[in-house]
Design a protein around this ligand. Structure first.
Ligand SMILES: Nc1ncnc2c1ncn2[C@@H]1O[C@H](COP(=O)(O)OP(=O)(O)OP(=O)(O)O)[C@@H](O)[C@H]1O
Length: 193
């Protein structure tokens, strides 16, 4: 029997005013759900509403009681000038370094603001992906990643789902979504796109 972790019924989310069309969404433990839609449709806003950062204006948003959510956003953390290493970043979220690709394991002791954009992105993503959470909310996780990084990410997501996590990922990459997600949900933009 599947165990529901997240259920949205006709949810309209926004920051200071409603910004999305109504959305129904069900995420079970062990499943990876893709959320697609045009620029500005409100996909990031919906993830933020699930994480409790944005508002729900209409509909019903249910999460399994006491569930822990980890949210990856598209915003780059303000790291410039901060002597924070990759290993320290992982420690901040409680993520283990085991399983990191070899090309990133070598970067763990270096300052994040001296890494490449892709290296920094994947370490930041890894910190969220492997945080002690049951529901992972990922916003454009393949941004900045090369083909090897995308393949590694797909396998890491499958492992987390296999361990019982529910995953919602927003992506504009149809090939990645088709290869990775069990189901895809489309959010229509307010203007109908
Ligand atoms: N922090 C914020 N405060 C107020 N409005 C916001 C905020 N973030 C986004 N918006 C607005 O909410 C609407 C939806 O934006 P959102 O980023 O959720 O769309 P998206 O579907 O994720 O787009 P994209 O595919 O371009 O990343 C837009 O009109 C945007 O201007």
């Amino acid at each position: 029997m599947s165990a529901a972790l997240l259920r949205l019924e006709q949810v309209v989310a926004g920051w200071t005013a409603p910004a999305t069309r109504p959305l129904d969404l069900l995420v079970d433990a062990g499943s990876i759900v893709g959320l697609c839609g045009a620029n500005g449709a409100g996909k990031s806003t919906l993830l933020a509403a699930v994480a409790g950062r944005a508002q729900v204006f209409h509909g019903r948003l249910w999460k399994k009681p006491k569930i822990r959510c980890a949210l990856q956003t598209q915003e780059a953390p303000p790291l410039a000038g901060l002597p924070l290493s990759g290993r320290e970043l992982l420690a901040l979220t409680g993520a283990a370094a085991d399983g990191l690709p070899s090309w990133l394991a070598d970067c763990l002791e270096r300052r994040l603001d001296r890494l490449s954009g892709g290296q920094r992105h994947y370490l930041g993503l890894w910190a969220i992906l492997n945080a002690p959470a049951e529901l992972l909310l990922l916003d454009e996780p393949t941004n900045n990643l090369d083909a090897a990084g995308v393949a590694h990410l797909g396998a890491a997501l499958r492992r987390r789902a296999g361990a019982g996590c529910g995953i919602v990922l927003v992506s504009h990459d149809p090939a990645f979504v088709a290869a990775t997600c069990d189901r895809v949900c489309r959010l229509e933009a307010p203007d109908g796109r």
